[in-house]
Design a protein around this ligand. Sequence first.
Ligand code: LLP
Length: 400
Amino acid sequence: MIPFQSLVQTYETPLYVYDFDAMKEQFETLKEAFRGRKSILAYAVKANSNLSVIKHFASLGAGADCVSIGEVRRALMAGIPAYKVIFSGVGKRDDEIREAISSDILYINVESEAELGRVEMIAKELNTKARISIRVNPNIDPQTHPYISTGLHDNKFGVEIDAAKRMYIRSKNSDSLDAVGIHFHIGSQLTQLEPIYEAAVIVADLMRSLSAIDIDLKFFDIGGGLGVRYDDEITITPYDYAQAILGAIKGLDVTIICEPGRFLTANAGYFLTKVLYEKKNGQKRFVVVDGAMNDLIRPSLYNAYHRIEALDKSGEASLADVVGPVCESGDFLAKEYPLPMLEHNDVLVVHSAGAYGFGMGSNYNTRGRSAEVAYQDGTARLIRARESFDDLIALEREYL
Ligand code: LLP
């Protein structure tokens, strides 16, 4: 049990707390599911990019899936070996491509024909060969929230099969490109196995047809997306997930790369916030807390459900909106949520906040970002200090 009350006393609120032991358990469960096959779990750094979190996964043998050169730098700084770092994203700048090639990462995941041209040109300038994979958009509906669905032609990600083929042929004929992998990622918070399997079959078939024309790829990158339980969702088990992938790639001698983010961190993270006031507008009950949408935007942005626990409180529950101090009606952590009567300084624990929580935070309303604490082997340590007002204005000029 994590001693939330004492953590609040030491570090104050709003506060993120990450259970490093739970992260490790998730990592090992997923790794185990691919046992017997060559595989790399490339942690999707965007889910929670605190350097200590990445370092924790590095110590377990993880690679990293990065979506900006900033994330690549974080991964390398935290001790992920360059040969396990992948750089994806639809809009890479030249300087980012240059640095990724120079850092000798595993591969750049190319998402358009135009981008392939830039990578080729930059590799040529650098007098080297850039290792690449191509992100294929298999046009599969992943049946998740539209904002986190990525595998349909309507989405901006990846390229169609025919374009991918052309790009592999172009790479084969280039002195500056070395195509080593193939990639797909159809969406996040996936709870249906079928779309993943269908996408894997499409991409594996493409891989076989490339092999027939002497283009042999080593890495089969299945992206991330494995859903977790926020409420009462029925999720895909790591075993079933791995079996589906293995079924799709039957006969192919590849290293599987998986890019889990949420699966590794979501349920290991807690967002702690204190009650400021209770208030009523007519019949409507509001619990006003010191955490807000700038700390945890998922409820506002996706209408996402996060379980909320009133720490050490009991009593009859009634429905309330849990709202923050930010000047937006969309600033809520929960709507119509059953909670006992609360008092000033009572602590609420918002569950499943370890993925896309802190990382999607902002300084809106000149609010400093929360502190972050790691809890491991029964002890807590600060892994990011609370942002001060001075931190917030440090880069501004001409205000005197
Ligand atoms: N690989 C790629 C190429 C991705 O785009 C993503 C997530 C992942 C891996 C990791 O996906 P995961 O295993 O975490 O599902 N902010 C949203 C989620 C956005 C996901 C973006 N891409 C949320 O809070 O639900």
